[in-house]
Design a binder for this molecule. Structure first.
Ligand code: ATP
Ligand code: MG
Length: 283
């Protein structure tokens, strides 16, 4: 049986459980244990702190793991990165107090930098020829400069709000991260078959992220115009309506373009526009 390690609680837990659920791996949330068998797929889920996931997978105590790429990069264990999962996006950046004059990486020479990612930072500084003092802190890194513990920090940033409220400015983005599916190197063929099946399901779920299904009525005379406006997997589905001279169009659109497309379709006579949630796209 394949074992997948995911975060017990925290930022990646909910979306990891959701991704598995959408891929048909159901976990009963009510009486959650440390290790749980999925209801309808040959896998069991191991709940861990995210720090421990790369090592657990490298050792083979779990075959797969869902964890931030930042943790994989920091811990340096030997695991295969099998798939990028499209959630948990963030970056690890260098930030300095907003009162200092920053004019390039040389600023960091001889400075004290607080971080929970000493290995990633050391690699970056070595590559750039910077000699700084790296202080490893596991708690709230962002308060270190104000507390006089460091001159700068190297920490996770997503919206940047935490930096601003601590009087810091992001000056260098060093590592971009998102949740990744990691695997024990050299899984046996039997397990690899299940892994491939899961990965293809994950891909279908991801393709549906940010997509909507659009259904609308249109005068048939405006069809050519509508086809130019609408993106589609191959081309939109066109169904005649009982009323002659009208048709119904169905297609998949990117949520980001949704309103723009709707306004352009209305301008050419579209009516009765329905926007429906889309769960998965299997190609
Ligand atoms: P654990 O208790 O499992 O050790 P944690 O406190 O170390 O959890 P979380 O804060 O839950 O970790 O974050 C988990 C992952 O979420 C991070 O390693 C990172 O990949 C991702 N992430 C995305 N955005 C952010 C953010 N703004 N701050 C921190 N982590 C983020
Ligand atoms: Mg952690």
């Amino acid at each position: 049986m394949l074992r997948i390690a995911i975060q017990t609680k925290g930022r990646l837990n909910e979306q990891s459980v959701e991704l598995l659920r959408e891929a048909g791996v159901m976990i009963k949330e009510e009486k959650r244990k440390f290790l749980m068998r999925a209801a309808n797929f040959p896998v069991e889920i191991l709940f861990l702190r995210d720090d421990d996931i790369p090592q657990t997978v490298a050792m083979g105590a779990a075959d797969l793991g869902i964890v931030g790429y930042n943790e994989v990069a920091e811990r340096g264990y030997e695991v295969d990165i099998l798939q990028h999962l499209g959630f948990g996006g963030c970056r690890i950046s260098l930030a300095v107090p907003k009162s200092v004059q920053y004019d390039g990486l040389d600023y960091f020479n001889g400075k004290r930098i607080a971080t929970s990612y000493p290995n990633v930072l050391k690699r970056f500084f070595d590559e750039k020829g910077i000699e700084a003092k790296i202080h490893t802190i596991t708690g709230s890194v962002e308060i270190a400069p104000a507390a006089g513990l460091a001159d700068a920090i190297f920490d996770i940033v997503s919206s940047g709000g935490t930096l601003i409220s601590n009087g810091l400015v992001e000056v260098e983005q060093v590592l971009h991260s998102e949740a990744v599916l990691i695997g024990t190197p050299q899984l046996c063929d039997e397990k690899m078959n299940v892994v491939r099946q899961l990965m293809s399901r994950f891909e279908s779920v991801q393709k549906g992220y940010g997509k909507k299904y659009l259904v609308l009525n249109l005068p048939s005379s405006a069809l050519d115009e509508a086809v130019k406006i609408l993106p589609a997997m191959r081309s939109p589905t066109v169904i005649p309506l009982a009323q002659s001279g009208w048709c119904s169009l169905q297609t998949v659109v990117d949520e980001k373009e949704l309103w723009d497309i709707i306004e352009r379709l209305k301008a050419i006579g579209a009516e009765g526009i329905l926007v429906l949630a889309l769960e998965k796209i299997v190609l």
